[in-house]
Design a protein around this ligand. Structure first.
Ligand code: ATP
Ligand code: MG
Length: 350
C-alpha cells in the first residue's frame, strides 16, 4: 500500500505532495487537469514503467531534464529519478543497482479504457498483459523477457542481412533458453487465469455467460526443433517466424470469439474481468492484493455493471480512481477525494 507520493517535474506537475487513504482514493477534476498523470506517477514509482507511454522520457515535464518520484510503500521509502542522465532508484535511501528488491515492494493492476484492445486489438496487447502480470509474479520473468528480446532482435538483424546459419545459430541458443522459460511461465499464467477470468466476468456482468480462454502458442512442441523446421521459411521471410513473440490467446464468449461476436458492453466486461483476474491472481500468488489503478473507466459502464465492478474490488485493496464527476457514486467515508483545480491544486484531500 502506498501512503504518500511526492512528484517533481512529472508530466504537468512541477511539484506536488499527497497523502493517501489505505482504501479508496479519488482524483476528481475536468479534462486535461492531470488525473491520469497522477495515476501514471503511482504506477511509475511502483513498477518503473508507465502503462501509457512507450518511453518514460514522455513523462518528464516539458523543458525539464528529469522527473523524480518518491513515496512510502509498506514502510519502505521508494525513490525513482529518470531523465536525460539515465535512471536511478533508491530503496530506503540506498541506491539500487538492480531492480529486484525495489520491484518486490508493490504490485499493481491498471484498468483503463484502452483495455478494450485486450479483446479487440492485435496479439501484442495480450502479450503485454501477460508480460506485465508475469513480471509481477515470477522473479525471473523480466530477465527472461529482456534476454529473449535481445536475442530475437540480433537474430532478426542477421536474417534480414541474409547472413549464414552458422552466425545465426549463435543467437538461437539464448533464444531457445529464454523463449522456453517465457513459454512455460505464460502457459502456467493462462492456466491459472482461466477460472479466475470466468468468475470475474460473471461477477461484473451479472449474467451466466460462458467465458473461456484458449492459449495460442507461437510454436508447438520443442522450441529448438520448431526453429530447425522453419529454417527455409525464415530465410525466405528474413525474420524469426516461430517463438513466444508470436504467442497469443483467444477469448471466447458463449463458445464464439469475443473479438467478432461479443457486443461492445460484453467486450468491455471481458476486458475488466481480465484485469480483475490479474489482480486476484497476484493476490493468490503473493499473499497481498495489488494496488488498483482505475483510469476513468466508470463513465463507459451502465449503472449495474459500475456497481458490480465496485463490489468486485477486493475489500483489502488500495484503489486509485480517476473521474471527471462523482455524480454516479458517493465515495465511502474512509476514502480520500482529491479535487484537482486548474490553478492551485495543493495536494490536500477534501
Ligand atoms: N511531459 C509533459 N509535460 C507537461 N505537460 C504534459 C506532459 N505530458 C502531458 N502533459 C499535459 O498534462 C495535462 C494532463 O494530462 P492528463 O492525461 O493527466 O489529463 P487528465 O486529467 O487525465 O485528462 P482527461 O480527463 O481528459 O483524461 C495535459 O494537458 C497534457 O497535455
Ligand atoms: Mg485521463
Amino acid at each position: 500500500m502506498l501512503t504518500s507520493l511526492r512528484v517533481c517535474d512529472f508530466r504537468c506537475f512541477p511539484a506536488l505532495s499527497l497523502r493517501f487513504s489505505p482504501e479508496a482514493n479519488y482524483f476528481l477534476g475536468p479534462n486535461a487537469i492531470g488525473k491520469t498523470s497522477l495515476l501514471e506517477a503511482v504506477c511509475t514509482l511502483l513498477r518503473l514503467q508507465s502503462p501509457r507511454a512507450a518511453s518514460l522520457q514522455q513523462c518528464v515535464r516539458f523543458s525539464r531534464q528529469e522527473f523524480s518520484l518518491e513515496g512510502i510503500c509498506q514502510k519502505s521509502k521508494l525513490r525513482f529519478r529518470y531523465g536525460t542522465a539515465g535512471r536511478k532508484l533508491f530503496l530506503d535511501d540506498v541506491p539500487q543497482p538492480k531492480t529486484g528488491d525495489y520491484l518486490s515492494q508493490a504490485r499493481i493492476t491498471w484498468f483503463s479504457n484502452t483495455d478494450l484492445e485486450l479483446v479487440r486489438g492485435g496479439s501484442s496487447f495480450r502479450r503485454r498483459y501477460l508480460d506485465f502480470l508475469g513480471s509481477q509474479i515470477f522473479p525471473s520473468y523480466l530477465r527472461a523477457l529482456r534476454s529473449y528480446d535481445r536475442a530475437l532482435r540480433a537474430r532478426n538483424f542477421l536474417l534480414k542481412e541474409g547472413r549464414g546459419h552458422r552466425e545465426i545459430s549463435a543467437y538461437t541458443v539464448p533464444l531457445v533458453e529464454h523463449g522456453t522459460m517465457l513459454r512455460t511461465c505464460r502457459a502456467s499464467l493462462l492456466e491459472m487465469l482461466a477460472p479466475l477470468l470466468a468468475e470475474s466476468a460473471m461477477q461484473i456482468s451479472g449474467a451466466d455467460e460462458c467465458v473461456s480462454l484458449l492459449s495460442l502458442p507461437g510454436y508447438e512442441g520443442d522450441f529448438f526443433e520448431a526453429l530447425e523446421l522453419s529454417k527455409k521459411e525464415e530465410t525466405r521471410l528474413r525474420h524469426t517466424t516461430k517463438g513466444p513473440h508470436r504467442d497469443d490467446f483467444l477469448l471466447s464468449l458463449n463458445h464464439l470469439p469475443a473479438s467478432e461476436f461479443a457486443s461492445e458492453g460484453q467486450q468491455r466486461t471481458l476486458a475488466l474481468a481480465l484485469k480483475m483476474a490479474q489482480s486476484n491472481l497476484i493476490e493468490k500468488q503473493t499473499g497481498a492484493p495489488p494496488v488498483l489503478l482505475l483510469d476513468d473507466i466508470f463513465g463507459e459502464l451502465d449503472s449495474g455493471r459500475r456497481q458490480r465492478l465496485l463490489e468486485a474490488i477486493p475489500e483489502k485493496s488500495q484503489t486509485f480512481i480517476t473521474t471527471t464527476s462523482l455524480a454516479w457514486h458517493t465515495p465511502p467515508s474512509s476514502a480520500s477525494v482529491f479535487c484537482l483545480d486548474r490553478h492551485d491544486f495543493a495536494g490536500e484531500p477534501q
